[in-house]
Design a protein around this ligand. Sequence first.
Ligand code: NAP
Length: 283
Amino acid sequence: MGYWPAMPLPPPGPDSHVLVTGASSGIGAAIARVLATRGHPVLLVARRADALADLAGELRGLSGLAAEVHVADLGTDGGLAAVRDIVRRDERVVGLVNAAGFGRTGRVADLVADDAQREALDDLVRLNVLALHDLTLAAVAAFTRRVQRGGHAAAILNVSSITAFQPLPGAASYAASKAFVQSFSEAVHAELSGTGITLTTLSPGLTRTGFADAAGTDAFDRAPDLVVGEAADVAEAGVAAMAAGHRSVTPGLVNQLSALGGRLAPRSLLLPTLNGAMELLGD
Ligand SMILES: NC(=O)c1ccc[n+]([C@@H]2O[C@H](COP(=O)([O-])OP(=O)(O)OC[C@H]3O[C@@H](n4cnc5c(N)ncnc54)[C@H](OP(=O)(O)O)[C@@H]3O)[C@@H](O)[C@H]2O)c1
């Protein structure tokens, strides 16, 4: 394969489709809106057919471009295989956004005492880690084959979180799932250097979406307004970084400082502080 400079997402056009998981609400839906506004037809993936159909209608009106709905539960083998197949075979797809994900708060000892919560932790790892990993591998394979045949460049955007940068008592499994996303995605970004394929990681802080409801927490309501961002701003930052082929982006100064603190602070000081703070916030 010849050398490519860091290549962005290919220019928008009727054949420059981007597949977005988690597109039925929140950050994924906002990313689909930004991509459509830029001129990319989108393939929208999630479980809720009605929400996807509503968004597809909105986007067709907005951009005059195609917006396809693919209903799939990425936590199941069948749902994941169906989406993997699109990524593998659909030659129109020049971009993949892995935004589907959810969180769960509470202490592990409490969560495992409840069968439904225990099961939710398995579902979390299946979606946040395994499905994202699987679709990223499928995209790297498909995009690499295409570039080797002399086809166009391609881009991947994986949604991580600022919880990726340190362990988080009170959200242990969720933060660990995002640490996986961050580490895996940054490593593959480096591996892909010069290939014509880019992988960008988006690491938002608290963002107003359906996330808190899905996680079963009202902690966001008690967080100061200053630290809660809007999905539209997060999406703009993510798509801009993806289009430029950047390694990673953390939108917002407060979140950037939090990520830096999480990376640099000694664990012996950080973990008791976070443990106390999460106890105060409650779940
Ligand atoms: N909001 C925040 O504060 C925040 C901060 C940092 C990172 N993030 C990350 O941002 C991403 C998007 O979350 P969000 O905040 O936008 O929350 P959200 O509004 O709840 O969106 C989550 C999306 O994931 C989809 N999803 C959930 N389970 C799925 C499954 N089994 N199969 C397919 N799709 C599934 C949901 O669609 P269906 O229910 O229709 O399937 C929905 O479209 C997640 O990866 C999250 O971890 C969020």
